[in-house]
Ligand binder design. Structure first.
Ligand SMILES: Nc1ncnc2c1ncn2[C@@H]1O[C@H](COP(=O)(O)OP(=O)(O)OP(=O)(O)O)[C@@H](O)[C@H]1O
Ligand SMILES: [Mg+2]
Length: 760
């Protein structure tokens, strides 16, 4: 075995060789916490611990895999494979399978994913004849998930006065009943959901002392990474398992606790001391990952949080470049600029695309980035998520788009004929399919001419089919007379595809809504692009062929080097040479959904801390000054968090593609330069019609009307650069302007779409 201890600094070595009792390693990002855990496993093996008596728990499969690889490199594959190393869920399902009979399950139980759980909950709500608007499935699921993670059974739930009072106030007194039925139905189906894997492990160990004693004696050492993000159920299992050996090593960073919305509890770290009076705490202070500038920026940011364990972290790496903060005029331009920066850096540094990551706060931000990268032929992968056009809600919407131009598209029809639910069940579908196959026609044909193609469908179902037919025919008709954007909004509106997810604010629903909104932004971009190119083909069919070409690339060879796109949440524990953090704006980062309490703001700040500390060499932050959301271009502002970072480690630049403005010097409230430029934005007037207003984005983010356009004024356009307005066409049905651009020639811009600023 090679001399692994020489690859650690003194503090790390102390933490690795300490094996006398429970220990906590609390340290900032990149200081080698995961490295300590990994080397500690190697150390334990070298001390004669048998590999199968070591339990190492991580949060993600990727972390488990990396740790295993590092251990393998030192002790060989054979030994490494015997270690109980994996995510909480994977290790616990292994234990549960071994003792399934003790909790009334078969060892071959299946694991339900989120959509399985949801459809089961829905059918229970329906069976109980409850109002889905009151008993919203996602709310019920959250309540059940919360209860399971707090280890509250349906019986205890019903007996808990506080919970029942709260349910009563929300007029959902029957959640306990749904919960109880759900648990029984899962049992009958031989299925467990993700929360069950933790819940039942606790029950197993709690109710079967022989099993508990077995594992307490079996595992001689328990090691846990990212302890700040454990929930109560995980914390309890971990502490139970090492009650006998007393050998527990947990590592964490309170400054990186970012999962409180899933029940993670930072106090698990703080209460360890009372659980283990002999707990020994270790601190690591040297960061090996990042340059001095990056560490300094991250430290200055997190120092603004009140709630934290004091820590010092320094880097002896080189000073490195300052963090580049780029502002752009629009979200569209932001993506183009970031793709340009990546391509330029890649060329200059001769590194691999694998060294690049783009991190964003919400999943829907990926679409623009994906498009900009594709336009530059930069390969990318979406990590821990699904490429934009593969997401369920996006595919549903596109299926309707496809039907609008071609109702004979059987696959699209199958996908949405009963989504949103309109009472067209599986039986009806099989009859339709059989009739269509017999007559060699599309399903649409059978629906359209029920007399010509008898299918044996009852009158009630036929009526529902007729309604569906009317809906699609309406879209069909509209397709002939309008552009893709008009049709798309009509479809989303009439099918209730978006309002479906409006009923509550669970993260899943919010993200679905944002994705549909983003899809509409994409259609809008398509129409405005075509217009600006002087191409009048703005119909849905062209849009669909555009995106089907775009999505084709998603199936590319996965082994090639690629830029990684992911949410900040998914990036925890990882590192990249070059990190781009995009959309660092108010109402996005911090998220509008997490702005209500100081605690939420602190969690958002920790999230940005996580993002910055992923970077080894270069960290580039960007924000746009206008963003297309909810169907209109809205003025946006730089995130308050930028003001928390020491200006000395930032370099501000303007991301305008034709860069004529010098970068702005940081003076005082240095991104105030963001605030006084004129932006051309749309406001929806009281009667719901869009009207254009020439407005400036003021420091308070309010839109103020300033003046009207006039010929001769100078403007700057998101894509075409600077130019002079030569003509206003206000008498046309869609008002537009002609602009003579300095570098890109004369263009006619439809005011409805154009994104530009007026230069003084
Ligand atoms: N003593 C050391 N010598 C050389 N490199 C080191 C040393 N300690 C850590 N590193 C390297 O520094 C980087 C960060 O280490 P690691 O990922 O273990 O930090 P961490 O504290 O787990 O970070 P995070 O908080 O982001 O999870 C890794 O690339 C690791 O290999
Ligand atoms: Mg780590």
């Amino acid at each position: 075995m090679k001399d692994y201890l020489s690859e650690l600094n003194t503090q790390q070595r102390d933490a690795v060789v300490y094996t006398d009792g429970p220990q906590l390693v609390i340290a900032g990002a990149g200081s080698g916490k995961t490295r300590v855990l990994t080397y500690k496993i190697v150390h334990l093996l070298s001390q004669g611990y048998e590999p199968w008596r070591i339990l190492a728990l991580t949060f993600t499969n990727k972390a488990a895999k990396e740790m295993r690889e590092r251990v393998e490199a030192v002790v060989g594959t054979d030994n490494a494979s015997k270690i109980w190393m994996g995510t909480f869920h994977s290790i616990f399902s292994r234990i549960l399978r071994t003792h399934a009979d003790r909790i009334g399950y078969d060892r071959n139980f299946t694991i339900y994913d989120a959509s399985d759980s949801k459809s089961l909950i829905k059918s229970i709500i329906r069976e109980m004849d409850l109002d889905e608007k009151v008993y919203k499935p996602s709310v019920v699921i959250s309540a059940i998930s919360w209860a399971k993670n707090a280890l509250i059974s349906p019986e205890r739930y019903a007996m808990n006065r506080d919970i029942m009072e709260a349910d009563k106030r929300a007029q959902r007194t029957l959640i306990y009943d749904i919960y109880s039925r759900y648990v029984n139905r899962c049992k009958v189906a031989g299925a467990m959901d993700f929360d069950d894997l933790l819940y039942y492990t606790n029950i197993l160990l709690h109710e079967n002392t022989d099993v508990l004693h077995h594992y307490q004696g079996f595992f001689k050492y328990v090691l846990i990474d990212e302890y700040q993000d454990t929930n109560f159920a995980q914390h309890l299992i971990a502490t139970k398992l090492c009650a006998e050996s007393n050998k527990l090593c947990v590592v964490g960073d309170d400054a990186q606790s970012i999962y409180s919305f899933r029940g993670a509890n930072i106090h698990n770290i703080l209460t360890l001391k009372s659980t283990y009076p002999t707990l020994k705490t270790f601190k690591l202070e040297q960061n090996y990952r990042s340059t001095k500038n990056i560490i300094h920026a991250a430290n200055s940011l997190i120092a603004k949080n009140k709630e934290q364990i004091p820590k010092h972290i320094f880097s002896e790496n080189e000073l490195g470049a300052k963090l580049e903060v780029t502002d752009t005029y629009s979200d569209y331009e932001e993506a183009v600029v970031v793709a340009g920066q990546i391509s330029r850096m890649h060329m200059l540094k001769h590194d691999s695309f694998d060294d690049y990551a783009i991190l964003y706060r919400t999943n829907n931000q990926s679409r623009r980035m994906e498009e900009a990268l594709r336009n530059r032929n930069i390969p990318y992968r979406i990590w821990g998520g699904v490429a934009f056009y593969q997401r369920k809600e996006v595919k549903d919407a596109i299926a309707y788009f496809r039907l609008a131009i071609n109702p004979n598209d059987d696959e699209a029809l199958r996908r949405v004929i009963n989504f949103p639910a309109r009472g067209i069940g599986d039986t009806t579908m099989s009859k339709l399919t059989a009739a269509a196959m017999d007559a060699h026609v599309s399903i649409w044909e059978v629906i359209s001419f029920p007399d010509r193609y008898p299918s044996g469908i009852g009158t009630a179902a036929l009526r529902k089919l007729a309604e569906f037919k009317k809906l699609i025919e309406g879209f069909n008709q509209l397709n002939n007379e309008s552009n893709a954007e008009q049709l798309a909004s009509k479809i989303i509106n009439d099918t209730r595809l978006m309002s479906l997810y409006m009923s509550d604010t669970t993260p899943e629903n919010v993200s679905k809504r944002e994705n549909i909104q983003e899809l509409l932004s994409g259609v809008h971009d398509f129409v405005s692009d075509r217009f600006e190119q002087g191409n009048s083909d703005t119909g849905m069919a062209s849009y669909l062929s555009d995106i089907s070409l775009a999505t084709d690339q998603d199936s590319n060879d996965m082994s090639a080097e690629r830029v990684t796109l992911m949410t900040v949440h998914a990036s925890k524990g990882l590192e990249f040479k070059n990190v781009f953090i995009v959309g660092v704006e108010e109402e996005l980062f911090p998220s509008l959904m997490s702005c209500d309490t100081p605690q939420q703001i602190e969690e958002e700040r920790r999230l940005l801390y996580v993002a910055i500390t992923r970077a080894k060499e270069a960290c580039l932050i960007s924000y746009a000054k206008s963003r297309f959301k909810n169907g209109q271009t809205m003025p946006t502002r730089a995130s308050r968090f930028l003001g928390d970072i020491d200006p000395g480690c930032l370099h501000l630049s303007s991301g305008t593609m034709i860069n004529t403005t010098p970068s702005i010097n940081p003076v005082g409230n240095y991104w105030a330069h963001n605030t006084n430029r004129q932006n051309y934005v749309y406001k929806t007037s009281d009667n719901g019609h869009k009207q254009h207003t020439n407005s400036a984005v003021a420091a308070d983010g309010q839109t103020h009307i300033v003046s009207e356009l006039s010929e001769g004024i100078r403007i700057r356009h998101g894509r075409f650069g600077t130019g002079t307005l030569v003509k206003i066409h206000s008498n046309e049905p869609e008002p537009s302007i002609t602009v003579q651009f300095d570098l890109t020639g004369t263009k006619k811009l439809l005011l409805k779409f154009a994104r530009f600023n007026i230069l003084n």
